[in-house]
Design a protein around this ligand. Structure first.
Ligand code: LMR
Length: 341
């Protein structure tokens, strides 16, 4: 273990990591509330946030409510069944990626616009701004309430061919997480055919060659082992994965004002606390990939510029459909962000 990895591992150990949510740990008489997650729980930005929220509610609401967290798509995949389960009252909390909610909230496609943000800490400033609530507002038309926003990190491309330039994987098929026309336009520039698959299906379809590449954060690539069946992960940081933390408006409305405040304030506290560690968890995953003999290709400034130049037309094309004012607000926040001070 080199010094950086050791430092990051120790730093992560020092985080207020929640104990494992034990699905059998609820007491008799407590109302069980389910939180469904498709990613890993421990050591993953979304999983850790969900566990921390469960710990918070289980302490504050002891004897009344008990939140159980299920990871790795154990309960629901991130597809229509998840949203329907929330509306039906079978599921109480979920955090599908922004990419997966664009059918409900067109503005969520902002995070598929390539190179809109300079990095995950810049995105965090946007997540902490009032602007982000426009996405939650769009979700509310369909009966959902965004309790907060959980951060993961920037997407990287991986493929069975080591990629340094946008055209290096031309002719291949890449797994995508949504039917976003923005993502399709990006892949089209690369000469790549998109294939939508559930998160739980990605590893097997990479392994059997149905798809030859994908895009994801280091945390997702490492926790799901995607790098094991790819020649290299190219550090493009081209788009961002984060999550609205959702419940149904019906569930919130069923609570008295004091109880509702506990659920709302808890989400604000936990997302604020956990999002500060999302970058570190992705860095730990990056190091773990390399230490497990996975290949991470870092790009030179000139190589990065070639990706930026290639994808530049996508921003102009999709800015109107995402919302020009919304995108301009993100551009302003990104430009003014000073995340290291
Ligand atoms: C994916 O499907 O690749 C991601 O959205 C999974 C996740 O929840 O981070």
């Amino acid at each position: 273990m080199n010094r950086l990895t050791k430092y990051l591992t120790l730093a992560a150990m020092a985080l207020p990591v929640a104990a494992t949510a034990d699905p059998t740990g609820c007491d008799t008489g407590e109302e069980v509330l389910k939180f469904s997650v498709v990613t890993a729980l421990q050591g993953h930005p979304k999983g850790e946030a969900a566990l921390a929220y469960a710990d918070y509610i289980n302490a504050e609401m002891d004897g009344r409510y008990c939140v159980e967290v299920y990871g790795r798509s154990e309960l629901y995949p991130d597809d229509e069944t998840l949203f329907q389960a929330m509306l039906d009252g079978d599921l109480h909390f979920a955090a599908p990626s922004f990419a997966k909610i664009s059918g409900y909230a067109a503005k969520a496609d902002i995070f598929n616009l390539p190179f809109l943000f300079d990095g995950p800490l810049h995105v965090l400033e946007f997540l902490q701004s009032e602007e982000i609530n426009q996405i939650g507002d769009q979700m509310s038309d369909d009966g959902f309430a965004a309790l907060g926003y959980i951060s993961n990190g920037m997407r990287q491309f991986s493929s069975t061919v080591p990629m340094r330039r946008p055209g290096d994987a031309e002719g291949q098929t890449f797994r995508v997480s949504s039917s976003s026309p923005v993502t399709a336009a990006v892949l089209d520039i690369m000469g790549i055919t998109p294939m939508k698959l559930k998160f739980s299906e990605v590893y097997d379809n990479l392994a059997n060659g149905t798809v030859q590449g994908q895009e994801n954060t280091f945390a997702n690539i490492q926790k799901m082992g995607f790098y094991e069946v790819q020649a290299a992960v190219t550090e493009t940081n081209h788009t961002y994965i984060g999550y609205p933390m959702l419940t149904s408006q019906r569930f919130l409305d069923s609570l008295d004002a004091e109880t509702r405040a506990v659920f709302l304030i808890g989400a604000q506290l936990i997302t604020h606390e956990r999002n500060r560690f999302a970058f570190e968890l992705n860095q730990i995953s990056r190091r773990s990939i390399i230490e497990d003999d996975g290949v991470v290709l870092a790009l030179s400034p000139a190589e990065m510029q070639a990706w930026r130049d290639a994808f530049a037309p996508v921003l102009d094309e999709f800015k109107p459909s995402v919302g020009a004012e919304f995108v301009d607000a993100a551009i302003r926040i990104n430009a003014a962000a000073d995340p290291y001070n």
